[in-house]
Write a protein that binds this ligand. Sequence first.
Ligand code: ADP
Ligand code: MG
Length: 269
Amino acid sequence: MTVVRCDNVVHIYRAEDDDVVALRGVDLEVGQGESVALLGPSGAGKTTLLWLLAGLLRPSAGGLHVLGRDVEKLSPGALSRLRAREIGVVLQNPARNVLAYATAAQNVAQAQRIGRTRRPIGELLERAGLGHVARRPAGRLSGGEQQRLAVAIAMAHRPRLLLADEPTSQLDRASATAVIELLRDAASESGTTVVVVTHDPAVGTAFDRSLTIRDGRVGSEGKDGTEYLVVGRDGSVQLPPALQEILPPGTRAVARALPDGVELRREAE
Ligand code: ADP
Ligand code: MG
């Protein structure tokens, strides 16, 4: 079953003086139980895409199906019910994911009240490396501990779709690895589909697929150790940085068909 489907999704932030085109035609399909990392430079549109998948934003154009629902046809109430019951979200800002005055354990319990099924709170906190701070108010946890708590909260109701935006940005290597393990286990044990935004290419390789977003669209996809360029609807390809040194932006190139591909050569000088 397809859990996420984007067809030429465009997102524009409207402002009085200046519109920002954050996504300019994203095509994407993610199946049940798949885990996908979204990579890409700052400002590429990763967070915008995650918010669209979470139903926190709606696309300006294009088709978006999440968990079999056409997002465009859902009322705001239906969309927020879908999110509460079947989606777990870790936002980029750690403090926004937790209730500061509730303890870590209460935060997880709160998240379970509206979910489908529950996971044992103690076990979940233990696996997130938070067993020793279960009774501490979330506001008194460190940034890294809040980030791990956010992941535990997002997983607490066994969502069908788990979305996390830079969940390891404040963690050292060991804690980051633990969080990635936790996310991967969600995919393998519960069949949860996992989409994680990350800056860290090492995190990217831990998942089934990694998609690199550049300039508002999916430029390349890493799978089974190979990095593939993704040809856009208009036939465009984004050359990776190393190849841009050979063919810098604005270069005129001659394209020639080969039996299994296309060759690009710089115009002769
Ligand atoms: P990333 O997460 O990859 O860094 P974002 O999705 O946050 O990228 O941003 C994509 C583009 O949209 C950037 O140019 C950013 O400045 C712009 N943007 C993000 N949020 C807003 C907003 N609320 N209003 C206007 N522009 C925004
Ligand atoms: Mg972001």
